[in-house]
Ligand binder design. Structure first.
Ligand code: ADP
Ligand code: ADP
Ligand code: MG
Length: 498
């Protein structure tokens, strides 16, 4: 295979920029595609060329295979990077890209197809000695039979859409009474959301932790893992805080899970970057959940602890190069945390709160990385995922990374809309998170909106800050407490400023 000279990035926002930056460092030209809602977007400005592909709705732009292929041809691109979301896990797209003689920067269409169905994935990995969550291995068509199986597995159980993703298409059933009703709802939701009503049953793992492994394969049969990411802090089964390494894995468990992850990759002849997700119970038993056949949102924490540029590696693997390291040459350096800054209101069930970034100031300094796609004054469009930015911190130890994250959150200034920043600060300060003793129900168990936004909080903080300032003025002591209180007021009371 030959060197790639021009990459079309079939995505938008922070991930499009992140990919283009690596391409730029490799002297590869970049082509952006954009919808009418993204005319002013940073990814459009950053690219060497930009092509308008349609109206704002994704179905008319970022999901249009024909338009994206036409843009690639028109621009003379020789490769396409799909990013995450949109067409990244669409096997028809991957196949079409290759049929057109372009390089798809990702796995084969066949791997995507197998892992795109949670049931097909389970069937493939079962032959490779990978532990699976107890449950059904076929789509359910007989409710009576399914209810019997559910009783055998033991409640609570989870009904899952085989084609599901992004935390959607899942229902927890607590007992047999509501089984039929939940089942009907699950099938109709799966049909309308994914065009495929196949559902199956899994045991609901209690006190579950979500731990995933980054894997990487080349086209010469080499597959390694780049360690784990802990992603248990979630809302709506979707991640908000991620870290690497996980504070619960011993070297032995890491080894066992890493080997299982590599086996999952082998089961579908995988190459390029992928993520194998596991669910872990409170006794540290782990079970395969699914494989995401793309670059993951939270890949930066892996980059921080390994020092590798995953996008650069993806491009090289697509060019046919061998993965440059053996497993025993890879190791973990320090600790990394990522928070997802969403335009959402944690006080209102994390519902999207889109609008204009009235003020937008990024944190800076040692060990801080911000991957975003916006600038002050820009609108967060209503059509797409409401993620504004990913804030990533790296330090020698977990504790130091947490302190750095709190400092960075305090420096981050966003007004004009509600964000998850205050919630993430709450997580960083919470004893359960600090101790490492938490699971995916963290939000349900510990989070109350009052914790970050109490009525009267405003006055309380301002008077505390004032008192501290006056006190400091009088006795000439260190002014730090006042300054810190004031910074906190900024994010705690964005609503009152906007
Ligand atoms: P990650 O596992 O990388 O954290 P997420 O589950 O948060 O990824 O999903 C990444 C992006 O892809 C999100 O924008 C999400 O909405 C989207 N996504 C993932 N799977 C699907 C799917 N099956 N259908 C539609 N969107 C999806
Ligand atoms: P998606 O394709 O939407 O990402 P996953 O199967 O990866 O679906 O599950 C998403 C999240 O749902 C997990 O991170 C976890 O929090 C929860 N979950 C999934 N399966 C189980 C299970 N069997 N028991 C407990 N929680 C689960
Ligand atoms: Mg998942």
């Amino acid at each position: 295979m030959s060197k790639i000279k021009k990459i079309l990035v079939a995505n938008r926002g922070e991930i499009a920029l992140r990919i283009m930056r690596s391409a730029h460092e490799m002297d590869i030209k970049t082509v952006a595609v954009y919808s009418e809602a993204d005319r002013q977007s940073l990814h459009v400005r950053y690219a060497d060329e930009a092509i308008l592909i349609g109206p704002p709705p994704s179905a008319e732009s970022y999901l249009r295979i024909d338009k994206i292929i036409a843009a690639a041809k028109q621009s003379g691109s020789d490769a396409i990077h799909p990013g995450y979301g949109f067409l990244s896990e669409n096997e028809l797209f991957a196949r079409r890209v290759e049929e057109e003689g372009l390089a798809f920067i990702g796995p084969s269409a066949k791997s995507i197809e197998i892992m795109g169905s949670k049931l097909a994935a389970k069937a493939a990995v079962a032959k490779f000695n990978v532990p699976l969550v107890p449950g059904t291995s076929e789509p359910i068509d007989d409710i009576g039979k399914a209810k019997k199986i559910a009783a055998e597995i033991g409640y609570p159980i989870l009904i899952k859409a085989s084609a599901g993703g992004g935390g959607k298409g899942m229902r927890i059933v607590e007992d047999g009474k509501s089984f039929e009703e939940q089942m009907e709802r699950a099938v109709s939701e799966a049909t309308s959301a994914f065009g495929d009503g196949s559902v199956f049953i899994e045991k609901y793992i209690t006190k579950p932790r979500h731990i995933e492994f980054q894997i990487f394969g080349d086209k010469h049969g080499n597959i390694v893992h780049l360690f784990e990411r802990e992603c248990s802090i979630q809302r709506r089964h979707q991640k908000v805080v991620e870290e690497a390494p996980s504070s619960v894995l011993t070297p032995d468990i890491r080894n066992a899970m890493g080997t299982a992850a590599i086996n999952v990759a082998k089961s579908c002849g995988y190459y390029n970057a992928g993520t194998v997700e596991f669910i872990m119970d409170d006794k540290l038993n782990f079970y395969f959940l699914e494989m995401n056949t793309r670059l993951q949102v939270e890949h930066p924490v892996t980059e921080e602890i390994t020092g590798l540029d995953l996008v650069q590696l993806q491009i090289k693997v697509a060019e046919g190069e061998r993965f440059p390291f053996r497993q025993d040459e890879l190791s973990i350096h320090g600790h990394a945390l990522e928070i997802r800054v969403y335009a959402e209101d944690p006080a209102n069930n994390f519902l999207p709160d889109i609008g204009t970034l009235k003020t937008y100031t990024r944190p800076q300094g040692h060990g801080i990385r911000v991957d975003d796609g916006f600038e002050q004054g820009m609108d967060i469009p209503f059509y797409y995922d409401p993620m504004i930015a990913k804030l990533i911190c790296h330090a020698d130890t977990r504790d130091a990374a947490i302190r750095k994250m709190i400092r960075a959150i305090d420096e981050y200034e966003i007004t004009g809309l509600e964000t998850t920043l205050g919630f993430c600060r709450f997580v960083m300060e919470h004893e359960a998170f600090r101790s490492g003793n938490f699971d995916t129900r963290f939000v349900e168990n510990f989070f109350k909106p009052e914790a970050i936004k109490e009525p009267g909080d405003n006055e309380a903080w301002i008077s505390a800050a004032l008192a501290a300032t006056l006190l400091n003025g009088k006795n000439g002591s260190h002014p730090e407490p006042a300054a810190r209180a004031e910074t906190s007021v900024k994010w705690r009371n964005r609503r009152f400023e906007g």
